[in-house]
Structures are given as C-alpha cells and as structure tokens.
Ligand binder design. Structure first.
Ligand SMILES: *Cc1c(COP(=O)(O)O)cnc(C)c1O
Length: 402
C-alpha cells in the first residue's frame, strides 16, 4: 500500500488517504467516534493495551480516536517525506506548538518579516516571556540570510508567499541555509498546502497548515496541523500532548470531508484568481497586483520553479491613499463578504496596511515611489469568475462617485 501510494498522483491520494479499513469499517468514511473513555474488557486487556503514547490504539480521548487518526494519516499521505502529522485546535496553535517543540529558553528564532501577524505576536509575547529571542529578517535577502545566524539560533520560521503582501521567497535556499547553521526550519504552508508546495521535499523540517482554510474549505471549522519526519514528529507530538491539544472527532470528520475535494477546489479557485488578477492589472484604479501566480508578475518565475499549484488568495494595491474611497469600493461589493480568513467556497475581501507591523522591511516597498498604499486582499471562491469581475467592476464604479 505504501509503495503503491508513492506512485499515485495527488488527486488519487486525496481520495484514498486515511481510509484504513480498521477505521472506516464497511463504509466509505470513518465514523465520528465521540469518546473520552475507552472501556477495556478486562484488566488483562488494559495491561496489554499498548503504550499510552502510541498512535492508532485507543487509550484515552486526549490521544484521539479513529476519526482523528484517519485525518492525521491522510495529511501525512499528502505531504511527501512526512512520518506523521499532529493535529491542533487552530492554525495558530499549530504554529506555536511547532515553535515550542523545538525552542528552549536562551534560544534565538529567526522569523520572516512578512509572517502572519499572530505568528509575530506569539514570537514577541509568549516566546519572549519564556526567554526565547525573536529576530525578524528580510525573506527576500537570501544572500544576507547567513549573517542573521548566531550560535544561539535554533529555529527559522518561514512563510510563503508573505502574509498580505504575497512576496515569493526562495524557500529551498533559506531552508538549506538554516540546516547548515543547525537550525530547524518551520514553514507556514497554509497558502499552497502540501499539494502546491511539498515543503519537506523542498528542504523544510516542519510543515504547518491552518486547516481552517483549504482543508476545511467551507468556513465552518478551525484546526491546524504540523507534519514532519520522524525526529521532529515525535517532538511535535510530545509537546502537543503536554499542552493538552486535542481536536474534536466531529471537526476531524468535517476536515476529512473537505480534504477529499481540496484538489478540485484549489484548481478552480486558482484559475479564477489568475483571471481576476489579470483583469485587475488592466484597471486604471489599480497600482499593483500582488499575485505570484500571475504570468508576468515579478514573482512568477520563482513560483513556477517551486510550486505545483496555487490558490484563490492574492492582493492588490489601489492607486493613491484615500481610505474612504477604498471603503466605498469594499462596501459596494456584493459577492465578496468582508471578513478575515480565506480558502472557503465563498469569496472574501479585506483591506490591509502592514506598514506599522513590519520591522525588517519597509511597506510600501521602496521601489514604489508614489503614495500608493491601499492594500486589498481577495480570497477567490468557487463563484463564476465573470460574476466576480462584474462585482469588482461595480465596486470601482461606486468608488469613482466619491
Ligand atoms: C489563518 C492563518 C493562520 C492561522 O490559522 P487559524 O486556523 O485561523 O488559527 C496561520 N497562517 C496563515 C498564513 C493564515 O492565513
């Protein structure tokens, strides 16, 4: 089975992954096993029940049950090079869980300057309080990166593309430099998922995803995961158990349902996002389209080199600095909900301005010599792209009237 599944394409693996007979029984999907307690038939059976820290055997609810194991197993199957996957109650819990698994007081962690904001806040708050020092670096400066390391650097926190601003960085190069310096590389791989970017194969040690986004896919659950080879998987699991992290079997079942269709959803939303990004690039109201999937964009070559897929999330920057006009544009949209998160079946929009958050790199970038600074992030869902374009068009029309 394992040898065969290595040869399978990602679409086939999404369908077969995690569906072990002992978990599904005679039906297609593993049932929702709601359980805190496993009842043993006898004291002898309890004694013979296996090690408390073993996966795949009932012990106690905090160790999970078949529904959660099926999801972990499925995520491991779609992350080439993974030995195992730990589930967390949210993507942030997965990021923090991975950092805590590899860092100790006195250590230094290098954090990409365009990290998801809660990652930065965890580094500056929780980690700092534990005596772990976070230093932020410019992820585009691969040449300068070795100079960031000192003898206390234990881990590097990466993300690609950059949160909100969508820059591509050279993950294989950064991960290789981290390894040369004896540091663990952790990638927030939520954007592309393991389908679009096989993080461990590209040199990262730990691949983290917010399952809230593409895997859930329907805006109705929160969950996170971290996948790794054997050494780091064991540390991740131990730390997660120490923190008491569990996910409910109901949510695991929803995530498994989402996972089966993730491939086709990502293909559709990627194609729509590219079409919409192209259309936006020709609009007079738009100063910059920040979308590495867009042919001709500055990051496209690197995206093509390293990625096998994308998703529906990208950003653009309006001309000028009239925040009221941006609000008019956003309020006029009917098919785009105003909300955080992304990766659901429905399209979303959110304004952004990371200028006060970044410390190692400027926003807007120095090359942009005008005052254009009004960021808008779109999450393209499964609606017809022509309808979304019409909606954006009437948003621009509303903006022009102000
Ligand atoms: C949403 C998000 C997370 C956090 O996930 P939650 O499940 O919301 O906690 C982490 N990283 C990125 C890039 C995200 O967009």
């Amino acid at each position: 089975m394992a040898a065969d599944s290595d040869k399978q394409g990602p679409g086939t693996r999404l369908v077969t992954a995690g569906r072990r007979k002992e978990w599904t029984g005679p039906v297609v999907n593993p049932p929702v096993w709601r359980a805190s307690t496993h009842l043993y038939a006898s004291e002898a059976e309890r004694k013979a029940g296996g090690a408390p820290n073993e996966d795949g055997r009932f012990y106690y609810g905090r160790r999970g049950g078949p529904t959660q194991w099926a999801l972990s197993d499925a995520l491991t199957a779609i992350e080439p090079g993974a030995f195992g996957t730990v589930l967390y109650p949210s993507g942030v819990a997965a990021i923090v869980g991975a950092l805590l698994a590899v860092l100790r007081p006195g250590d230094v962690v290098l954090v990409t300057d365009n990290a998801y904001e809660p990652t930065r806040l965890a580094a500056l708050g929780l980690l700092r309080n534990m005596g772990i020092e976070a230093r932020f670096f410019d992820p585009l400066d691969t040449t300068g990166f070795p100079g960031e390391f000192c003898d206390r650097t234990r881990a590097v926190m990466l993300e690609v593309p950059g949160s909100l601003t969508m820059e591509m960085c050279d993950i294989p190069a950064l991960a290789a430099i981290a390894r040369e310096h004896g540091a663990v590389s952790i990638l927030d791989n939520t954007w592309a998922s393991s389908l679009g970017f096989p993080a461990l194969q590209r040199g990262c040690d730990i691949s983290v995803m917010s399952l809230t986004k593409h895997v859930g896919g329907h805006s109705d659950l929160m969950m996170g995961s971290a996948s790794a080879g054997e050494k780091y998987y064991r540390r991740l699991r131990q730390t997660a158990q120490a923190l008491g992290h569990v996910v409910s079997p109901d949510d695991a079942s929803l995530a498994l349902r989402g996972l089966r269709t993730m491939g086709v959803r990502l293909e559709k939303s990627t194609a729509s996002a590219v079409a919409i990004a192209q259309w936006l690039g020709a609009r007079p109201e738009v100063a910059h389209v920040l979308c590495p999937m867009l042919p001709g964009s500055p990051d496209h070559a690197l995206w093509q080199r390293d990625f096998t897929g994308g998703c529906g999330l990208f950003s653009f920057v309006l001309k000028g600095s009239d925040e009221a006009a941006r609000a008019q544009f956003i309020d006029a949209l009917e098919l785009f909900g105003i909300g955080y998160s992304w990766g659901g079946f429905e399209s979303l929009v959110i304004p952004f301005d990371p200028s006060s958050i970044r410390t190692a790199t400027p926003w807007p970038p120095n090359e942009w010599d005008t005052g254009d600074r009004l960021g808008v992030r779109l999450s393209i869902g499964l609606e017809d792209p022509e309808d979304l374009i019409r909606d954006l068009e009437q948003g621009f029309a509303a903006m022009e009237q102000t």
